[in-house]
Design a protein around this ligand. Structure first.
Ligand SMILES: [Zn+2]
Length: 229
């Protein structure tokens, strides 16, 4: 029944790959198999003190940190991220989360982790967009790893778009943005803090700093699906 429904919807509204635009097979989701293979992986998780870990070392405590796909502005991946964030295709996030979760699970990245915490979005921004794409990423990661998602931090104020800001400007812009709404939920836990794109690391820093300050004994795994170099 499900495949009949899919056949019908595919006929009227064909599902296409968000990277190359080809028609997807039944077994494929968001991307075709060939594009999944060619996504630009950073392989940071295989490097000691990788560039993502260097962004946070000495600033916030963490167990491990990585960014999985290399992100550049005019790349195919950037257009898939644009679809995910602005063109109402949050399922791209679920698929990216699944791919990253499967690949990092194989190398033991999540050892000692208990839960997945996505970077929250202010309710007003979420209402305007209709969803927070990071919730979908967290869902995909959860599906691949079996770790539950937790909703323990909230964004209590909106902030300006940060695209053209320096790290210092971003940090000032983010001050007071996040609040722990359920510290008990994170107490003593290994927390995978996940974001969609990491450029300066200011957002992950702000939340990781908050957790480290307010929840002694927590262990942080910093994970961004995409990372700029
Ligand atoms: Zn493709």
């Amino acid at each position: 029944m499900k495949s009949l429904l899919r056949d019908i919807t595919d006929f009227f509204l064909p599902r296409t790959c968000h990277l190359c635009g080809c028609n997807l097979r039944d077994s494929e989701d968001a991307f075709c198999v060939r594009c999944v293979e060619t996504l630009p992986r950073s392989l940071y998780h295989l490097m000691p003190m990788n560039p993502m870990e260097r962004r946070f070392a000495g600033i916030v405590p963490f167990v491990r940190a990585t960014g999985h796909f290399i992100y550049s502005r005019d790349s195919q991946l950037a257009s898939a991220v644009h679809d995910m964030k602005y063109r109402k295709f949050p399922s791209v996030g679920t698929r990216l989360g699944e791919i990253v979760g499967e690949e990092l699970l194989m190398v033991g990245f999540f050892e000692g982790a208990d839960c997945i915490l996505g970077v929250p979005m202010h309710w007003w921004k979420k209402a305007k967009r209709g969803y927070n794409q990071v919730d979908f990423i967290a869902r995909g990661l959860s599906k691949a790893t079996g770790l539950p998602t937790v909703d323990a931090v909230e964004a209590v104020k909106t902030h300006k778009t940060q695209t053209s800001m320096t790290l210092e400007q971003r940090q000032a812009n983010l001050a007071g943005t996040f609040r722990l709404k359920d510290p008990e939920m994170l107490s003593g836990k290994g927390i995978v803090l996940v974001d969609d794109v990491c450029t300066t690391g200011a957002t992950l820093r702000a939340i990781a700093g908050l957790i480290a300050d307010e929840i002694p004994g927590s262990r942080l795994y910093l994970l961004s699906i995409c990372v700029t170099v």
